[in-house]
Design a protein around this ligand. Structure first.
Ligand code: TMP
Length: 205
């Protein structure tokens, strides 16, 4: 891991409706109150270009390869222009989703070729700025929630985008892919029981 005292690149993952969006800004405030210089960002997005790509990815019809390529194009721009410079400046980066989401949604949900995702991951996340090694989060908080519970929460909430409008079967596959990823990276992934009430999830975090 690239940190010494505290993890500096922290990502947050989970299926839609798992409650990430209430907790990440709160964690940012908590860390700022402790004197940390915090960058709060998200994927797909986090730069002007990547936010434009986000709009297309979430709302325009496309095939699975196009979706994967745009996701990694957005990630490349975000890494090069925002995340790597922030890490180099000693900031703590809180990123709402990162590459694990591509393995979960494109790999699991869409059934897209995981080897191609691994190739894209290695192209996109390795650069002189990363010291020539694959850039990964130091820690990933995984908001683990049964898909059926997430679906109930989403139904009561916002207008669905291309992902949120998917079937229960899709989210079962996404959730299974997250579990597989967590098992593959047991020291990086920290599981939160996101079925608990918000205050309890916050305490875990
Ligand atoms: P958000 O609603 O948490 O901001 O995420 C936007 C959607 O994009 C969410 O449904 C998950 C999806 N997504 C992917 O499919 N692959 C990815 O690599 C990322 C970062 C997000």
């Amino acid at each position: 891991m690239s940190h010494t005292l505290f993890p500096r690149f922290i990502s947050f993952e989970g299926i839609d409706g798992a409650g990430k969006s209430t907790h990440i800004p709160r964690l940012a405030e908590h860390l700022r109150a402790q004197g940390q210089d915090v960058l709060l960002t998200r994927e797909p997005g986090g730069t002007a270009l990547a936010e434009k790509l986000r709009q297309m990815i979430l709302h325009d019809a496309m095939d699975a390869l196009t979706e994967a390529l745009l996701m990694f194009a957005a990630r490349r721009d975000h890494l090069q222009t925002v995340i790597e410079p922030a890490l180099a400046a000693g900031k703590t980066v809180l990123c709402d989703r990162f590459t694990d989401a591509s393995f979960a949604y494109q790999g699991g949900g869409r059934g897209f070729d995981v080897q191609v995702l691994q190739t894209l991951e290695s192209w996109v996340q390795t650069s002189p700025q990363s010291g020539g090694v694959l850039r990964q989060p130091d820690v990933t908080f995984w908001f683990d929630l049964p898909p059926a519970v997430a679906a109930q929460r989403l139904a009561a909430a916002r207008q669905a985008d291309r992902f949120e409008a998917q079937s229960g079967d899709f989210f079962e596959k996404v959730a299974a892919a997250y579990a597989k990823r967590a098992a593959a990276y047991p020291t990086r992934f920290l599981r939160l029981d996101a079925q608990q009430p918000p205050e309890s999830v916050w305490q875990q975090l």
